[in-house]
Design a protein around this ligand. Sequence first.
Ligand code: GAR
Length: 216
Amino acid sequence: MTRKRVGVLISGRGSNLQALIEAQESPDYPAKIVLVLSNVPGVQGLARAEAAGIPALVVDHKRFASRSDFDAVLDQTLKQAGVELLCNAGFMRLHTEAFVRGWWNRHLNIHPSLLPAFKGLHTHARVLDEGVKITGCTVHFVRPEMDSGPIVAQAAVPVLAGDTPESLAARVLEAEHRLYPHALRLVASGTVHVDGERVVGMTQMREEPPIFSPPI
Ligand code: GAR
């Protein structure tokens, strides 16, 4: 099996990166992280990469005059490392359209909501404000518009009485750590692909009962 060469873009804690690192320890995992890039120096995600023996670099966006200059260096660095598939894992910078077009259908993002609901920042606080009963997380292919693009996989997570943005974030994050390795496996193995802006090719879909909240 040849593993797809993956680059991971981070800006912080890197717990989703850690989930991907742990997934690739399995001998049948179809992806291998060859480079971690952070736009913020000194973040925990960089230490996680180093601890796993994965090359990790900082490309500090503050050193660049424009978004396109920053993205050009990002693009060049990823190509030099032979990256075939790109994963945003808590990467908190918007890409230029040119960058997104260059990685079209080879670029994933994870977002802590059931997209297309609750794009953007402060997701969990907004979910609680709206009184939403079921939230979750989404892995999708990246498109120029923020937090949009063909959906690869989603996980549903209940909102519980007394939740704070922090408690809800922690519950969703646990689901993220299972979802991202699963979605990357599907894409890297070629099990799924984009067709007409929909992800197709899922096998063995089961009919599941609906989740009720409050329960019936
Ligand atoms: C995750 O919850 C991820 O879904 C979110 O940032 C967090 C990063 O955590 N991403 C976004 O909000 C992107 N729109 P991590 O650094 O521990 O993986």
